[in-house]
Design a protein around this ligand. Structure first.
Ligand code: KG4
Ligand code: ZN
Length: 356
């Protein structure tokens, strides 16, 4: 079975063809991506209207590229999966319309994939991981701890009450004048910095729950930058701020994951697998920090390769395969969803808004 995946929920236009192969290394047949970063860079963040138009401009070409690289024709594709939400709705509409059109013209099943579930299942694309697993989902739009119980079955243990983690990285970078997206740049600076130089708050640390809050940390970074003043903001100071920020983030993640682990153990016995997914999971320093938890708690830690943590279409195609395996596809009247929680039954988290 070959499934084509289309991703367009934010600022990456991506197309992939993935095979339902037993051999993990043979699954991704093609995986192409156009990053719109240059188009949004002057604005310091993603402009939804520009993103939607750019997806429209690039999909034709990327679909052709994906097919050519895979060495197949559209007729050989067994189904089309497209991100159906959550995300910037203009972009999601573009991807869904492409997906439905191809599915309709070729009379193949259509899969509307929850982008968050794409991230959640990536670890099963690149590794043999069975349900249930504990999932830390950290991206530009979300920061959640969940139990992945099965396809389409997630129990949310915690979410952010304000900013998502990737968003905090992006804002930190913006305040330091480092450009967009902030995560990789902050990580790069942090490598050469002293994480003990500035003592930033660790929001919610020690609280016996799994929710997150990052706005206080962001404010502390802003105040520190103001205190230092623009004249003194040299590369070493920037590196020290980034390292101190990243250390605070690491402390918070470890603390929250420990709580989530304790909760997970109340539901399930046996060896625990912790999976980290989403763009921020590409961060090597945080991967190393979370490895401490793995060693301390004797758990299995699985993190997809960095290029499959950030947005891509292979994860969307793979989610399509997971749904095809259980015989579930979507009708062509599927409506794109700006908001699409993984756990619709989770209680309301005040302030989380669409990040819930
Ligand atoms: O999953 P993703 O590509 O898109 C969303 O679904 O949001 O995540 C993008 C986010 C951005 O905020 C970006 O700054 C962050 O992930 N990110 C990182 C790193 N690479 C990407 N954050 C920290 N360290 C990184 N290396
Ligand atoms: Zn994403």
């Amino acid at each position: 079975m070959l499934i084509m995946g289309l991703e367009s929920s934010c600022d990456e236009t991506a197309v992939a063809i993935v095979k339902d192969s037993q051999n993990i290394n043979k699954r991704i047949v093609s995986n192409v991506i156009f990053s719109q970063i240059d188009e949004h860079q002057p604005f310091g963040g993603v402009v939804p209207e520009i993103a939607a138009r750019s997806h429209l401009e690039h999909f034709d070409n990327l679909i052709n590229q994906a097919i050519e690289t895979a060495g197949v024709s559209l007729d050989q594709i067994d189904g089309i999966a497209a991100t159906g939400g959550p995300g910037l709705i203009g972009g999601v509409i573009v991807g869904v319309m492409y997906g439905k059109s191809i599915a309709s013209a070729k009379k193949k099943p259509f899969f509307a994939v929850n982008h968050l579930e794409g991230h959640a299942l990536t670890v099963r694309l690149c590794d043999n991981v069975n349900f249930p697993y504990l999932l830390l989902l950290v991206s530009g739009g979300h920061c959640q701890l969940l139990i992945a119980e099965g396809i389409g079955q997630y129990k949310r243990l915690g979410t952010t009450l304000d900013d998502a983690l990737g968003e905090s990285y992006d804002k930190c970078a913006k305040m330091l004048g480092l450009g967009y997206p902030g995560g990789p740049i902050v990580e790069k600076f942090a490598k050469n910095g002293d994480g003990a130089r500035y003592s930033f708050p660790r929001p919610m640390l020690g609280r016996k729950e799994c929710n997150f809050s990052f706005s206080g940390l962001k404010t502390a970074v802003r105040r520190q930058i103001e205190k230092i003043g623009p004249d003194q903001l040299n590369n070493q100071v920037i590196a020290d701020i980034c390292a101190s920020f990243e250390r605070a983030v690491g402390d918070v993640l470890l603390d929250r994951c420990q709580n989530a682990l304790n909760q997970f153990k109340k539901y399930y016995r046996g060896q625990v697998t912790l999976v980290i997914a989403g763009g921020v999971a590409a961060n090597n320093a945080l991967r190393i920090r979370l490895n401490d938890l793995k060693v301390r708690e004797n758990i299995i830690l699985k993190i997809p390769p960095a290029d499959l943590c950030t947005d891509n279409a292979a994860m969307i195609a793979w989610a399509g395969i997971e749904y095809a395996r259980i015989g579930k596809s979507n009708a062509l009247d599927f409506k794109p969803r700006p908001r699409w929680p993984l756990d619709p039954d989770a209680s309301k988290a005040i302030g989380a808004g669409i990040k819930a």
